[in-house]
Design a protein. Structure first.
Length: 189
């Protein structure tokens, strides 16, 4: 996705990767690939004005060398990652590797992670299933069949009187004045 500024609408590169805070599950910055430059540049999410078909920024000064962003240093040195990280349950069962993530573009909070195993995509997992992120894996809650709890029956305080059942059954006829057939019950005592 291209990064464009709001002043002269010049393209300043393309988003190539994201930097995620593994403790908060939030995107903190984007890595930008600029044309003709081999090293990635950084863009803090606070400097993004809007997100649509392109990423709109105030001006080109907010995109800079990664070493200029002191706040990014702890995240870049952290060995806990999301993309390509194994996903395991609390019990130790491997679900696959995190192939992709989905996040909100207004708050930059992660919403879903997408596991992949043996070249097959797994079911997306909501971030609420994540217990912790370690250097070895993303640990999620144990997966299994969900137990549906049946609510306890409440005592009936005002029972409904049953309708009388017709002893004679349904009696069909034809109403000559109305010009239609009639179906009515006749009660026999």
């Amino acid at each position: 996705m291209e990064v464009i500024d709001s002043i002269d609408h010049q393209i300043h590169g393309k988003a190539a990767d994201i930097i995620i805070d593994p403790d908060r599950g939030k995107i903190v910055a984007l890595l930008i690939k600029r044309t003709g430059i081999s090293q990635y540049h950084g863009l803090m999410v606070e400097d993004i004005e809007s997100w649509g078909n392109r990423i709109h920024i105030r001006n080109s000064d907010v995109v800079g060398e990664i070493s200029d962003f002191l706040r990014l240093k702890p995240y870049l040195e952290d060995s806990r990652t999301f993309v390509a990280q194994p996903i395991r349950t609390q019990g130790g069962r491997t679900i696959g590797r995190c192939n992709d993530v989905q996040f909100r573009t207004d708050t930059f909070d992660l919403e879903w992670i997408f596991p992949r195993r043996f070249f097959r995509n797994g079911l997306p997992l909501p971030v609420s299933e994540i217990l912790k992120v370690t250097p070895e894996a993303i640990i999620i809650k144990d997966q299994g069949p969900k137990k549906e709890e049946v609510p306890a029956e409440e005592p009936v305080t005002n029972p409904v009187e049953p309708l009388p059942t017709p002893a004679a059954g349904l009696r069909a006829g034809f109403d000559r004045q109305a010009g239609r057939s009639t179906n009515r019950y006749t009660l026999r005592e």
